[in-house]
Design a protein around this ligand. Sequence first.
Ligand SMILES: *Cc1c(COP(=O)(O)O)cnc(C)c1O
Length: 401
Amino acid sequence: MSHKYDPATAVQRLEQFGEFGGVNPSITDSATYTFLHEKTMLDTFHGETEGCFLYSRHWNPTNKYLAEALAAMEGTDSAWVTGSGMGAITTALLQLVNTGDHIITSVTTYGGTYAFLANYLKKFKIDVTFVNISDLDSVRKAIRPNTKIIYTESMTNPMLQISDIPELAGIARSANVKLVVDNTFTPMVLSPARLGADIVVYSMTKFINGKNDAVAGAICASAEFINDISNVNDGTAMLLGPVLDPLRSSNILKNLATLHIRMQKHGENAMYLAKKFRQIGLKFNYPGLPEHQDHELFNSMMNDGFGYSGMIAIDLETSERATRLMEMMQERGVGYHAVSLGYFKTLFSNSGRSTSSEVPEEIQKEMGLSQGLIRFSVGLDHDIEKTFKIIESCLKDLSFI
Ligand SMILES: *Cc1c(COP(=O)(O)O)cnc(C)c1O
């Protein structure tokens, strides 16, 4: 079976109706649910009924529609939606480990994930080994008898390094550990579960919702894993309670329907900027062009027709210069100086001092993270040529080019 997948068609083909034949599923604005018979309630409690709902921290019908769409997008059996990306990541990880276990992770992860792994899990005496995830030998060597998880991001933040998911899946399988992949930067572009990942996690705050009006997350996995996390007796999602609100869920589902078009446009605009940055001799990092060390790997894994996502990083060498450029770009209308990504406007931030500031400076150096690195999340600009011209004029005014 080819791993190439068509997540857009899988989502488009779903037929999810509301009450009264609404073309959008109804919003179930209820925390609790009544039963005609006590027995059905008890059976539902034990997970033995179909189509019954008990309490919305456990499952809500609106969340189920969104989860179904996300599972279709990933090609997994099932999914669960959370109130944040961190809610999804911490739930998935805590479900898989016990005190005394061990996790192997890419050193380049989202700052919050890094802090959770490096600082928070100490509480539970869970050891974490940070590796360069592109160095597969270092991953193999890090495996211990108590290793339970290999964790990575399909495209790492902010270095835009690409994880070799099939190879990591092979290593995980042979060591009998789970491969958990954060696919926040590359929804539709990459389908990690189809490439062998056991569990795919998302911050839906970014591309999936794409409106920067909500914080949300998702876990896509086997039916067994989703049942486990929502188990009333020992499920991490059920007991820690990071559930998404159904009103938000309904909005995100509608935004998911246009994700494929947005990813194409983000990708097209990022490609345009990358080629221009190359032309003017800027130091940049973009996995969609052959100069990037992981370009071929990316090509071998990506689905057709969604581009290379909308992320580019450029290196201004010093944080002072980066700051001046960002302020100028915002003033002149390139986009917003803000953390986060996947928005319709272009967003930019200095990674070392913002989203990766949880990562200690010596580790930032090890990652190759320059203090002058500006990460762009390229927006849905209709006239990207004009956007580039503004960026170019800012760089000239700074005498950087
Ligand atoms: C933003 C982000 C997260 C955290 O998600 P929240 O929705 O902010 O909790 C996790 N992973 C990656 C790659 C992110 O970009």
